[in-house]
Design a protein around this ligand. Structure first.
Ligand SMILES: NC(=O)c1ccc[n+]([C@@H]2O[C@H](COP(=O)([O-])OP(=O)(O)OC[C@H]3O[C@@H](n4cnc5c(N)ncnc54)[C@H](O)[C@@H]3O)[C@@H](O)[C@H]2O)c1
Length: 281
C-alpha cells in the first residue's frame, strides 16, 4: 500500500500523516476547509522540524515533500488506504464513510477509522464494502507511541486485517494488538474510567489537580498524571469516548462527570485550546 489519504488533519490525523510520510508513503491530508488545512500543515511542519532537530529524521522538508493537503475529498480517489481521523461524531463519520465508498476507486482499498469508541460495524455497514472497513487506532502523540489497536468488525475480511497489520507493523514500524469491535477497545476501556475517576476526585475537592497527578507519577510510575493526560487527549475527545462507553455498557464508571461536561461547554479543551485542568503558554 503506497498511496495514503488521511481525512482530518487534527491532533491525530497530522500524526498519522507524519508517520506515513516518514515511512516513505505518498500522503494526502484532507481537511474540511482552507483554514483547517493550513493548521494541519503548520502542525506537520512543527512536528517534523522537532524530529529533525532531535536527529530522528534527516530532513523535515524531504518528509514534508511527500505530504499534500487538500480540501476536496475527491483527492482520495486513487488511494490504497484511507485513514479517517475526523471528529469523534458518529453521524459525521457515517456520512464520511458513505462518501469514501463512492469516491475511492481501487476495489481492494482499505477504508480505516482511527475512532476511539465508535463501533467499526456502524461505519462498515454504510459502505458497499464492509469487508474492507477496519479500525486502525493510533495513540497520541502518533510519532512517539508505538501501539496501534487493530479492530476488525464482524464483517471485516481476514485479508483486510492481515494487510492492515502488515502496513502498521511492517511499514510504519508500530506494534499492533488485536481487539474486538467493542466501545473503547482495550486501552480506552481501561484508561477512560481511570481519567473520569481522577476528574471526580478533583471535582469533589478531595485533592488538587497537581497532587492527583503527582500521586500517580511518583507513586505508580506513570509518565504523567490522569488530568495532564486528559488535557493531552483533549477534554472533548475524552467526553465523547466516555459517552460512547456509557452508551455501550451502561455502567456508571463510564458516565462523564459534570465538571468535564462544563469544561467542554466552556471550550476549555486542554492543550489544544491552551487551558484545561492546567494552563498552557
Ligand atoms: N486525541 C486523542 O488522543 C486520540 C487518540 C486516538 C484516537 N483519536 C480519535 O481520532 C479522531 C480525531 O481526533 P483528534 O484528537 O485528532 O481531533 P481534532 O479535533 O484534533 O481533529 C479533527 C480534525 O478533523 C477535521 N474534520 C472534521 N470534519 C471533517 C471532515 N468531514 N472532513 C475532513 N476533515 C474534517 C477538523 O477540522 C479537525 O482538524 C477521533 O475519532 C478521536 O476519537 C483521538
Amino acid at each position: 500500500m503506497e498511496n495514503v489519504a488521511v481525512v482530518g488533519g487534527g491532533l491525530m490525523g497530522s500524526g498519522i500523516a507524519e508517520v506515513s510520510a516518514r515511512a516513505g508513503h505518498d500522503v494526502i491530508v484532507i481537511e474540511s476547509n482552507e483554514e483547517a488545512g493550513k493548521a494541519a500543515l503548520g502542525r506537520l511542519e512543527k512536528s517534523l522540524q522537532r524530529a529533525e532537530a532531535k536527529g530522528k529524521i534527516d530532513s523535515a522538508s524531504d518528509v514534508l515533500g511527500l505530504i499534500r493537503v487538500e480540501t476536496d475529498l475527491g483527492a482520495a480517489a486513487d488511494r490504497d488506504i484511507v485513514v479517517e481521523a475526523i471528529v469523534e461524531d458518529e453521524a459525521a463519520k457515517v456520512a464520511l464513510f458513505k462518501e469514501l465508498d463512492r469516491i475511492v476507486a481501487a476495489p481492494d482499498a482499505i477504508l480505516a477509522s482511527n475512532t476511539s469508541s465508535i463501533p467499526i460495524m456502524k461505519l462498515g455497514v454504510v459502505t458497499t464494502r464492509p469487508t474492507q472497513v477496519i479500525g486502525i487506532h493510533f495513540f497520541n502523540p502518533v510519532p512517539v507511541l508505538q501501539l496501534v489497536e487493530l479492530v476488525p468488525s464482524l464483517l471485516t475480511s481476514p485479508d483486510t486485517t492481515a494487510r492492515s497489520r502488515a502496513w502498521v507493523e511492517g511499514s510504519l514500524g508500530k506494534q499492533a494488538i488485536d481487539c474486538q469491535d467493542r466501545a473503547g477497545f482495550v486501552v480506552n476501556a481501561l484508561l477512560i474510567p481511570f481519567i473520569l475517576s481522577a476528574i471526580r476526585m478533583f471535582e469533589s475537592g478531595f485533592a488538587s489537580a497537581e497532587d492527583i497527578d503527582r500521586g500517580l507519577v511518583l507513586g505508580a510510575a506513570h509518565p504523567q498524571g490522569p488530568l495532564a493526560l486528559a488535557d493531552l487527549i483533549g477534554l472533548d475527545t475524552t467526553k465523547a469516548v466516555a459517552e460512547s462507553l456509557y452508551e455501550e455498557f451502561k455502567e456508571p464508571l463510564y458516565a462523564a462527570p459534570p465538571l468535564l461536561n462544563r469544561m467542554v461547554d466552556a471550550g476549555l479543551l486542554g492543550r489544544k485550546t491552551g487551558r484545561g485542568f492546567y494552563t498552557y503558554g
